[in-house]
Design a protein around this ligand. Structure first.
Ligand code: CP
Length: 317
């Protein structure tokens, strides 16, 4: 696997899951694979879990790691061609990317949707430029439209906790004070659609995701109806996708917060969220602190998803 930006790059999903569980049983079995290889992690946006779990995964494989926070200490980067660079951005991305490629063997990139241009966001402009100009294998540490390392960890977690072969998994919108990208819900939907689970998406009208991500999911506008009989509740906020409201917060309806009364409608469902989570906006304290909350094991599996992906990339160097 040269690059990793979505579920399809992984190839056979069942095989990848098998590899992930083997790694989880013995995460230091492949320490020779990354010897004298360097991972460069580039962050255009903040991170706690992705930064730590990916670095740990690389160390488990024997790799050296370097982290660059582009907006803290690096030159500000111009991203558009044809610009007269007489402003506050002294370096162009088109030099910066190949230079970064000189110092490493694999590159991870985090670059969120900017909500300035839907076309730029949905063409994954930044990730595509790293793939095109770095000369190195590139993986997404959350792009504008997807967060595949998170979704892979989510899938691993569901496989570990599911009580039936074909669980009912519900992705629910929940309120948030700021406009958030669609990367996590898009990606979660993409990965759920790659399984044979029963998959339902619930959100207020106006928050429809892009049809290519919704795929075969059932869309249910009544959150309570969606929760009935669910085995997993995956909560997330996202801003509107559809024009003319792309990137906008349409409503902040607190009746969509996941609480214990709604969880009681489920089949004793597990509660999931990618974190960070805004308590008492997205989910109440009692639900996230309940025994059914699996947000911590879900976050722990980020190390496993990252290690499985890095192992595959190292093997193809
Ligand atoms: N879930 C997730 O990607 O967390 P961070 O933004 O902290 O990396």
């Amino acid at each position: 696997m040269r690059n990793f930006t979505n579920v399809h790059d992984l190839g056979n999903l069942q095989q990848a899951l098998k590899e992930a569980f083997e790694i989880k049983k013995d995460r230091f079995r492949f320490t020779e694979l990354g010897k004298n290889k360097t991972l460069l992690m580039i962050f255009f946006n903040s991170s706690l879990r992705t930064r730590l779990s990916t670095q740990k995964a690389a160390m488990n494989l024997g790799m050296n790691t370097m982290v660059l926070d582009v907006n803290q200490g690096a030159w500000r980067l111009e991203t558009e061609r044809g610009v007269v660079m007489d402003g506050d951005k002294p370096e162009h991305l088109l030099e910066a990317i190949p230079v970064m490629g000189c110092y490493c063997d694999v590159i991870g990139v985090r670059s969120f949707a900017r909500f300035e241009s839907k076309e730029d966001d949905y063409s994954e402009k930044m990730l595509s430029e790293f793939i095109k100009y770095s000369g190195r294998p590139v993986f997404s540490m959350e792009g504008a439209t997807r967060h595949p390392l998170q979704s892979f960890a989510d899938l691993i977690t569901i496989e570990e906790y599911k009580k039936t072969a074909r669980p009912k998994v519900v992705l629910t919108w929940a309120p948030h004070p700021k406009a958030l990208p669609q990367a996590v819900p898009n990606s979660f939907a993409e990965w759920m659609n790659a399984t044979d689970y029963e998959f339902v998406i619930t959100h207020p009208e106006g928050y429809e995701l892009a049809p290519e991500f919704v795929g075969n999911a059932r869309v249910e506008y009544d959150q309570r109806k969606a929760f009935e009989g669910a085995d997993f509740i995956y909560a997330k906020n996202w801003a509107a996708y559809a024009d003319p409201h792309y990137g906008k917060v349409l409503i902040r309806d607190m009746s969509w917060t996941v609480d214990s009364e709604k969880m009681a409608l489920t089949n004793d469902a597990y509660f999931m969220h990618c974190l960070p989570v805004r308590r008492n906006m997205i989910v109440t304290d009692d639900v996230i602190e309940s025994p059914q909350s699996i947000v911590i094991p879900e976050a722990a599996n980020r190390e496993i998803s990252a290690q499985t992906v890095l192992k595959k990339m190292l093997k193809s160097l």
